[in-house]
Design a binder for this molecule. Structure first.
Ligand code: GUN
Ligand code: ZN
Length: 439
């Protein structure tokens, strides 16, 4: 057995394939109470039951008692809102003006952007998130700082600079021409470098003129393999404003669709107040949604209709949407997603919740060939979970009869204390007890 192989012994849970109906999820779940995962050169070699293990290297990392799951995938988050998480009292449009824009204005400074990028990545890792689709600010240097930090640990990340040319403070506005030029330069610098990818990031329709959207469209045509990341139909006042700003369009989504910004690799955050035509358009264009429960509850934006997303065949991942979202932690985010379901008589199972947070999220980002489960050849990004870290969790775990109850307990009672280690590209980059291990 070549010595470069790393072997980890623990319990493992993942999903072996992408599904199109929630009823199929449990059938695709794989749970090995005693398994061994082999890694080589940053990739998964294979996952085996311990009793059916192939020849192993002399040293096996013994993590028995821990549960290893694929790294969590956060399909919508803003790194330059970390320092204003949990800001009191406002709903979307006032919240942007009072809190968000002033904080994002600080990111013209490269040193500030670098410091906050490091902090942000530490938060992701400490919470078991190994990939994310990330908003920067309008400043190209915000994205340079984030990509540099992610590249240093070989993290799979998609990000982009915000594009906006109206309805924000002057310091955050640009012309469509400048936005095009800066975005083009960032794509040339970062897209496809290591595990990094670029997302065209018009903030949302109200801060975009038609001229700006034309530039986004032009970039998408020039670079058809980049991602498109924006907000859609989050708040009723926002939806009404878009209708007033774009009376010639058939609705909010049509503002984007008209500029050919829907499609595979297009990710729309929120989607709380869609009409039938918009749901159909998301489906027909193979666009994806980020469901952001803590944000939607915190800003009082509305309840996402997960059942409808399945019925319409629209791929959906989970986003924390920090800093409107109130946690970086995916376990807590899944717990809130469950409550959003309860308010609509939709029963979000632990299986479905963990699917969205791993392979389903990868699929929403069109990254399922690279990440999301323990299939051989995939990139070795995973989380070592401590199944119980407090007297209450230990008591509840001792009363759990199977893996489903354990996972549901984690999304109800779990948090960052349960994240024992985070591995990226085959290396432990975070350990709860040692903090950052590889930087
Ligand atoms: N819509 C436009 N910008 C934002 C933002 O920064 N956060 C959220 N939640 N919604 C937005
Ligand atoms: Zn957002």
């Amino acid at each position: 057995m070549p010595s470069e192989i790393t072997a980890l012994r623990a319990s493992f849970f993942d999903f072996t394939g992408v599904v199109s109906r929630p009823e199929e999820i449990a059938d695709r779940a794989r749970y090995l109470e005693d398994g061994v995962l082999l890694l080589e050169a940053g990739r998964i070699v294979g996952l085996y039951a311990w009793d059916a293990r192939p020849p192993l290297p002399d040293e096996v990392i013994d993590l028995r008692g821990r549960l290893i799951v694929p790294g969590f995938i956060d399909t919508h988050i803003h790194y330059p809102q970390t320092e204003m998480i949990g800001a009191y009292g406002e709903q979307l449009l006032e919240w942007l003006n009072h809190y968000t824009f002033p904080v994002e204005s600080q990111y013209h400074c490269p040193d500030h952007a670098a410091t906050m990028s490091e902090f942000f990545l530490q938060q992701l890792l400490a919470n078991g998130t190994t990939s994310a689709l990330v908003f920067g600010t309008v400043h190209p240097q915000s994205v340079d700082a984030l990509f540099s930090a992610a590249d240093a640990i070989n993290m799979r990340m998609i990000a982009g600079k915000v594009m906006m040319d109206r309805h924000a403070p002057d310091a955050l506005l640009e012309t469509p021409e400048q936005s095009y030029a800066d975005t083009r330069a960032l794509i040339a610098r970062w897209h496809g470098r290591g595990r990094l990818s670029y997302a065209l990031t018009p903030r949302f329709a109200p801060t975009s003129s038609s001229a700006l959207l034309e530039k986004v469209q032009q970039l998408r045509q020039e670079f058809p393999d980049v991602w498109l990341h924006t907000h859609l139909s989050e708040n009723p006042q926002e939806v009404a404003w878009v209708k007033a700003l774009f009376p010639e369009r058939q609705g909010y989504l049509d503002v984007y669709h008209h500029h050919q910004l829907t499609g595979r690799r297009s990710l729309f955050a929120h989607c709380l107040h869609l009409d039938d035509r918009e749901w159909q358009c998301l489906h027909e264009t193979d666009s994806a949604i980020a469901f952001c429960p803590t944000s939607n509850l915190f800003l009082g934006s509305g309840l996402f209709n997960l059942k409808r997303s399945w019925e319409q065949g629209v791929k959906t991942g989970i986003g924390t949407d920090v800093g409107a979202g109130t946690t970086f932690n995916m376990l807590q985010t899944l717990g809130e997603a469950y409550k959003v379901g309860q308010l609509q008589q939709y029963r979000l199972s632990a299986a479905e919740a963990f699917y969205h947070a791993t392979l389903g999220g990868a699929c929403a980002l069109d990254l399922h060939d690279h990440i999301g489960n323990f299939s051989a050849g995939k990139e070795a990004d995973f989380v070592v979970i401590d199944p119980a870290v407090s007297p209450l969790q230990r008591l509840r775990l001792s009363h759990s009869k199977d893996i489903w109850e354990q996972l549901f307990m984690l999304m109800t009672l779990g948090d960052d204390r349960n994240i024992a280690q985070t591995w990226i590209n085959g290396r432990a980059v975070w350990s709860r007890d040692a903090g950052c291990t590889q930087r």
